[in-house]
Design a protein around this ligand. Structure first.
Ligand code: ADP
Length: 435
């Protein structure tokens, strides 16, 4: 379908959030994006790059700190009447029946009586839930619950559906099925839904649904690139043309996720990703089994059955340890990585310990512990981490430090006493200066 007139527009939108500790997060900076009638636009990019924030601004659920959001050329005031949201978590009220859940949006808009009953019946019919009107959410499968979520959105006869990872909580088969039905709804003029904006984590989903795919980058959230997807509808997954688009999007996303090869030993104080030791060694093990010890991050994610955000975190962790490099879009096992994998467990722990002592973050924690005669309260360490990494949950970073520190027999943690300690293995100061 050819895009029609301009429907929604974000103009130089910046959005900030103030955290309880007073810190201000810039979730979006200077984002401009237009959505036209008849379009399906997918928003993709790493977690936390502001996709949901933009969707909520389009829905009129929040106002931007700077810039403006327009609907058909006019500044959006209040909630977008022409739109309806579908969320990943089904957001159903357990004590309401299917019909009552579907009616919620109508009630909020003051639609009552016969008009409400008709709209509910029509929406329930559109998503194929006839016969389940009086069922309660707990009696429904995940796929059916999400159908109720869609029916609730469709009941208000929106022209735009704004969807935030709408298939993210469903098993793959159910997701595939519902995804096709959403495309059918959009193509069927009689439903009134003519435009879709969807936030998704799945490259395949973006390529299946969207005519235009907008790739976001983070820190702060911004539009990095737009990809037009000219494949005709309905789309055939696993066709060569489809795979070609998937590859193109993968390449763009990989460049977003792994922007540049990090230096072998980072000197800046950088956080260590929330990655388990077994995930990092699992990655190395898998790379060893591949030709030349390398692979595209997306292939690796697929082979190991994890999503690409997760895979890229594992890759970043392994990279910080010098076990892999990431030239271009490829993850390459290094010589050090090969050596580490050839070692027995105890030698591998020694090598990891030596490496962690050179890592600025672990080095800082060790230096603080040395100054405190080998032991500190968790709270002190957490406070330090919060100061250096205000955007990262300090608890989670702390747990990662404890896990890796314990593995390398560098640190010990007494959860009951709430204290972090150096083990005997650390003699004197770390190999890098603190701070
Ligand atoms: P995405 O959808 O791309 O994962 P989000 O739009 O959810 O990203 O979040 C962007 C950034 O803004 C994140 O750092 C997130 O923690 C922050 N953020 C989002 N909503 C709020 C909020 N209500 N209060 C504080 N921070 C928020």
């Amino acid at each position: 379908m050819t895009p029609g007139p301009l429907l929604l527009e974000a103009r130089h939108v910046t959005q900030r959030f103030r955290l309880p500790n007073g810190q201000v997060i810039e979730a979006l900076r200077d984002v401009s994006l237009s959505v036209c009638e008849q379009e399906v636009v997918a928003l993709v990019g790493p977690s936390g790059c502001g996709k949901s924030t933009l969707l909520r601004l389009f829905a009129g659920l929040a106002r931007p700190a700077d810039g403006s959001v327009l609907y058909r050329g006019r500044p959006l005031k209040g909630v977008l009447g022409a739109g309806a949201m579908v969320f990943q978590s089904f957001a159903l009220l357990p004590w309401f029946t299917v019909a009552e859940n579907v009616a919620m949006g109508l009630e909020a808009r003051g639609v009552n009586g016969a008009a409400r009953r008709d709209a509910v019946a029509r929406a329930i019919n559109l998503v194929g839930l006839d016969g389940f009107e009086q069922a309660y959410p707990k009696e429904l499968s995940g796929g059916m619950k999400q159908r109720v979520g869609f029916a609730r959105a469709l009941a208000v006869a929106p022209e735009i559906l704004l969807m935030d990872e709408p298939f993210g909580a469903l098993d793959p088969l159910t997701a595939e099925n519902l995804r096709s039905q959403v495309v059918d709804l959009w193509r069927d003029a009689s439903t009134g839904v003519n435009t879709l904006v969807v936030v998704t984590h799945s490259v395949e989903e973006a390529v299946f649904l969207a005519g235009r795919i907008v790739v976001f980058g983070s820190h702060p959230g911004h539009v990095r690139e737009e990809l037009v997807n000219p494949l005709p509808y309905p789309r055939q997954e696993r066709s060569p043309e489809f795979d070609g688009m998937v590859d193109r999007l993968h390449a763009i996303l990989t460049a977003t996720l792994l922007p540049e090869p990090a230096p072998a030993a980072p000197q800046r104080l950088i956080p260590f990703p929330r990655v388990h030791v077994s995930e990092a060694t699992g990655l190395l093990d898998h790379l060893l089994s591949r030709p030349d010890g390398k692979g595209h991050v997306f292939e690796l994610a697929e082979d190991l059955g994890v999503d690409y955000d997760r895979m890229s975190a594992v890759v970043r962790g392994a990279e910080q340890l010098g076990w892999v490099t990431t030239p271009g879009e490829v993850v390459q096992l290094t010589l050090v990585g090969r050596e580490v994998m050839a070692m027995d467990d105890s030698a591998r722990k020694d090598a990891t310990r030596a490496r962690l002592k050179k890592h600025p973050l672990f080095g800082r924690v060790i230096a603080m512990l040395v100054e405190s005669e080998g032991s500190m309260e968790d709270e002190e360490v957490l406070a330090d981490l919060t100061i250096y990494f205000p955007f990262i949950p300090a608890d989670s970073l702390f747990q990662t430090i404890v896990e890796w520190g314990r593995y390398a027999e560098l640190l010990d943690h007494d959860a009951t006493a709430g204290r972090l300690m150096l083990t005997g293995a650390v003699e004197g100061a770390p190999d890098v200066p603190a701070g």
